[in-house]
Design a protein around this ligand. Structure first.
Ligand SMILES: [Zn+2]
Length: 148
């Protein structure tokens, strides 16, 4: 916290620089938009507007403000990449991918059950395993990226 105070007194925060105003010691943006992160504020300002971001920050308890800012930045980046759907586009894509992977898994389990019931080697299973391997690694990648 002391480091932030020092930074604040020596230079304006990214928000005040962007808005071309004087940064005060009580600036609501300063702890979350450091002077060396100008693009971070520019994104949230473009999508939400500085006054809305300020209102959100004052409504959120102080201990949750950093999370709120991270969420706003994430949503702003998603909205800038996909102006129509924003975060919902990413969520829908992941849900669709998850449904596809669950479908693939159900097919693989059914084939495995058939092979086990027949109690004989299943020639097509090895090829399917290779495909499922890549699907599982995709699923693991999604799980590590989207831990909510
Ligand atoms: Zn400021």
């Amino acid at each position: 916290m002391k480091g932030k105070e020092t930074t604040r007194s020596s230079s304006s925060c990214a928000a005040c620089k962007f808005l071309k105003r004087r940064c005060t010691p009580n600036c609501a943006f300063a702890p979350y938009f450091q002077s060396d992160e100008p693009r971070k504020f520019a994104k949230v300002h473009k999508v939400f507007g500085a006054s809305n971001v300020s209102k959100i920050l004052t409504e959120v308890p102080e201990e949750q403000r950093e999370d709120a800012v991270n969420s706003l930045v994430y949503e702003a980046e998603a909205r800038l990449k996909d102006p129509v759907y924003g975060c919902i586009g990413a969520i829908a894509l992941l849900q669709r991918r998850m449904a596809e992977l669950q479908h693939d898994l159900a097919i693989a389990r059914a084939r495995l059950a058939r092979c086990a019931a027949a109690a004989s080697p299943c020639p097509g299973l090895l090829g399917d395993h290779v495909n499922m391997g890549s699907s599982f690694s995709d699923l693991n990648l999604l799980a590590t990226k989207w831990q909510w």
